[in-house]
Design a protein around this ligand. Structure first.
Ligand code: GLY
Ligand code: MN
Length: 367
């Protein structure tokens, strides 16, 4: 599977008359090699050269893991006191690449410093972007990727249940975060997709608020936004509860968000304009009178990265395709009152949406 991905990408490199592609984003390296590595500031590099054997560059201390991950082509390891760029120059020259080159790089993530180090190896370098070609491959998920995403979504459902059962008067947001993360890691999660978010009371009106020592009070919204990583693949779920008693206003915004979430999911089919999925949710929220308080797009693509293509925004004219995976997460945020967001992960198959997260969505008042 990984080999097939690499071959497809190498074909693109050759077709575009690019001398080689240099990939160093750990997510892309994992996608094309099966080797998961966080090198911190050190260099991790995958060099793909049309018609020649690719090679991987990583710290020497990671070489065994790269081999164990199934990488059978050349590995150039380097020590912390060595300059890997000289080794790279030699390996490329051995493949007939020197002086004047066209190189495909990850324009979104490659640091300027590393691009300059690469440039210094040659007399004349033209950089082109590999982003679109990689995006086109990562956009459509294969059966193995779907399995990982399903498991990540199952664990996200489990995590929400832990959070729900832990809601108690006086408990802080950070205590809830700690309880959730402890339980999901005990159950096999390799990590969280992003910093677990628990927001209570008026703080739930901040779509990306930060949990702190605020304690739960009666009448609070309690919003959980979290995700779990399984085999490198992320889930992302949001559920919002009310503690003890809900006001009419809280019930109204909850129902509007729940209906918006369902409308957007139902609208998602292959061939539908992506922007129309956003608009399906937005229309429900506008009709309920809260249009000014839905302040972000309806969702984002999901995979090795927690946010990846496609962007589910109202202006996206691209069409949905089978194999895409994305979130649907409308929200209403009333300043000083609180906010509600309901988020699911959706895989699109030929017939329509398959919702991977399954935690119930009707309003739950926690006693
Ligand atoms: N879960 C955070 C976000 O989707 O923005
Ligand atoms: Mn999300």
């Amino acid at each position: 599977m990984v080999q097939h991905r690499l071959e497809r990408f190498a074909e693109w490199v050759g077709r575009e008359h690019i001398d080689f592609a240099f990939l160093s984003d750990p997510k892309n390296v994992f996608y094309f090699t099966g080797f998961k590595c966080d090198p911190h500031e050190r260099l991790l590099g995958l060099f793909i050269i049309p018609g020649k054997t690719p090679f991987l560059v990583c710290p020497n201390m990671e070489v065994t893991r790269a081999e164990e991950a199934g990488w059978t082509s050349e590995i150039i390891g380097y020590d912390d006191d060595q300059n890997p760029w000289h080794l790279i120059q030699k390996a490329l020259a051995g493949r007939g690449i020197s002086r004047k080159v066209t190189v495909a790089i990850e324009t979104e993530t490659l640091s300027f410093a590393k691009a300059e180090q690469l440039r210094a190896l040659f007399d004349d370098v033209r950089f082109v972007s590999s982003e679109e070609a990689i995006l086109a491959q990562r956009l459509i998920k294969g059966p193995d990727e779907l399995e990982h995403l399903k498991k990540a979504a199952e664990l996200a459902d489990f995590a929400i249940n832990i959070g729900k059962n832990a809601i108690k008067k006086g408990k802080t947001e950070l205590a809830l975060v700690a309880e959730i993360e402890y339980e999901v890691k005990k159950r096999g999660a390799e990590g969280m997709s992003f910093a677990t978010t628990v927001l209570t009371g008026p703080k739930s009106a901040l779509p990306h608020g930060t949990p702190n020592d605020r304690q739960i009070r009666e009448g609070d919204f309690v919003l959980f936004d979290l995700g779990v990583v399984v085999n490198g693949y992320c889930s992302d779920i949001t559920r919002t509860f009310v503690y003890k008693h809900a006001s009419k206003e809280q019930e109204a915004i909850y129902e509007a968000v729940r209906k918006a979430n369902e409308a957007a999911i139902q609208s998602a089919k292959p061939g539908v304009r992506i922007g129309d999925v956003d608009l399906a949710a937005r229309q429900v929220i506008q009709d309920a009178g809260f249009g000014d308080y839905f302040t972000h797009r309806v969702g984002h693509g999901l995979g090795l990265d927690i946010h990846e293509a496609p962007s589910m925004n109202s202006q996206n004219t691209a069409l949905l395709k089978a194999g895409m995976v994305f979130t649907i997460e409308p929200g209403i945020y009333l300043p000083e009152v609180g906010g509600v967001r309901i988020e699911d992960d959706v895989y699109l198959d030929e017939t329509g949406p398959l919702v991977l997260t399954s935690f119930p969505k009707e309003l739950q008042i926690i006693e």
